[in-house]
Write a protein that binds this ligand. Structure first.
Ligand SMILES: Cc1cc2nc3c(=O)[nH]c(=O)nc-3n(C[C@H](O)[C@H](O)[C@H](O)COP(=O)(O)OP(=O)(O)OC[C@H]3O[C@@H](n4cnc5c(N)ncnc54)[C@H](O)[C@@H]3O)c2cc1C
Length: 349
């Protein structure tokens, strides 16, 4: 079998690459072992344009956010599936200082913040907002499991998907193609998530896997809340009093799926957001692929021109991933230079 590109892993990263290569007329084969628990299957999928407590507008945010919206809208149209939920986000201030930082930012450059923020419309006395809040615009959440399965069907219809595990040691690199089992490809792209440096080609990339926990809750007393509540911890309303809450960042991976510590921490965060009583119905834990903060890293292997890397989506993969996938595909197919800050060769080699 011959394809243009073999993609290792069908998480968010591999899926985004597949869409972008297909849209450029390339034939792909995406291979994934279909593990029950992966970062993409566990993630909350939040898009919070103004993350962090300094409220800086990251460079290129507007372009990345617009690109993500239009990409997901188009993938929804193609697959006749709905996975991206635009939703109002109430960002609660954690302290008087934080509120003052926000006010100073707005005063410095009101025009820049207009696209991403406005006055709060949250009205619920069971939500704890003693320092006030503002409304974050342009955000929402993505149902990642739904996006992954819509993508898988889309690929299957094009004979572009297989269940399996690609052992990098079984990848043969020839001058004009790469070969894995009976498949020949122009190139191979590794999008393996947190396992991305357990790989003879990319073992020099410093991935810092970060475990995270999410709880499903019922909070009947705030069932009328329709905003995502965000303030360090977060709550996503799922309807009829059901909420998803998170999250944690744990670097000690001796026991990554050790539920108790994560559960206690998320419960503490929920108690800071609402005074309403709640019941935990389930818990999920996943491992995020973090390289440097939530910065995406990508590019070509320094000595193997047919081998590529796409990883580091961190906790902002839904927002940043599509724009970066587009850049990587432009680079692979047309040699359009990569942004230097994302290029693995200029950062790690
Ligand atoms: C608790 C938690 C909350 C999160 N919340 C958010 C959020 O709100 N917003 C957000 O944007 N992001 C969030 N994230 C992060 C988000 O999950 C990641 O950015 C993104 O999903 C990572 O996608 P990925 O494809 O790089 O990795 P993964 O999802 O890990 O996918 C990698 C895939 O590669 C496969 N694979 C690995 N090795 C091989 C091999 N040798 N052969 C074949 N396949 C292989 C794996 O099985 C897996 O399916 C969260 C993550 C967690 C854990």
């Amino acid at each position: 079998m011959k394809v243009n590109y073999l993609i290792v892993g069908q998480g968010l990263a591999g899926s985004l690459l597949a869409w972008h290569l297909l849209s450029r007329g390339q034939r792909v084969l995406v291979v994934d072992p279909e593990e029950e628990v992966t970062s993409s299957k566990v993630a909350a999928g939040l898009v919070t344009p103004l993350a962090g407590n300094r409220f800086n507008i990251p460079k290129g945010l507007s372009e990345r956010l617009d690109y993500a919206h239009s990409f997901y809208w188009s993938a929804e149209e193609t697959t006749r599936s709905h996975f991206f939920h635009h939703q109002r986000i109430a960002r609660l201030f954690r302290s008087k200082d934080e509120r003052e930082t926000w006010e100073a930012r707005i005063a410095e450059d009101p025009g820049a913040y207009k696209k991403f923020s406005g006055p709060s419309s949250l009205q619920n006395n069971k939500i704890l907002a003693p320092h006030g809040s503002f409304e974050m615009k342009g955000g929402g959440w993505m149902d990642l499991p739904k996006f992954l399965s819509a993508t898988r069907y889309h690929l299957l219809e094009r004979l572009g998907y297989a269940i399996g595990l690609i052992d990098p040691d079984e990848v043969e690199v020839e001058e004009n193609f790469v070969k894995w089992k009976n498949i020949e490809a122009d190139g191979i792209i590794f999008a393996q998530g947190w396992q991305g440096n357990q790989n003879r080609f990319f073992d020099w990339i410093p991935i810092r896997p970060t475990a995270g926990d999410i709880l499903d809750l019922t909070i009947p007393e705030i069932s009328d809340v329709s905003h995502i509540i965000n303030s360090g911890g977060w709550l996503i309303p799922k309807g009829e009093g059901a909420f998803r809450a998170g999250s944690t960042y744990r670097h000690d991976l001796d026991d990554p799926y050790g539920y108790d510590e994560g559960r206690t921490e998320v419960i503490k965060k929920v108690n800071q957001l609402t005074r309403a009583p709640f019941e935990v119905s389930s818990q999920r834990t996943g491992i995020r692929p973090v390289i440097r903060r939530s910065q995406v890293f990508m590019g070509r292997h320094p000595s193997q021109s047919r081998i590529f890397f796409f990883n580091g989506l961190g906790s902002k993969g839904v927002l940043n991933g599509p724009w970066h996938a587009n850049r990587l595909v432009d680079y692979i197919l047309d040699e359009v230079p990569l942004p230097e800050c994302s290029d693995i060769r200029s950062n790690f080699f």
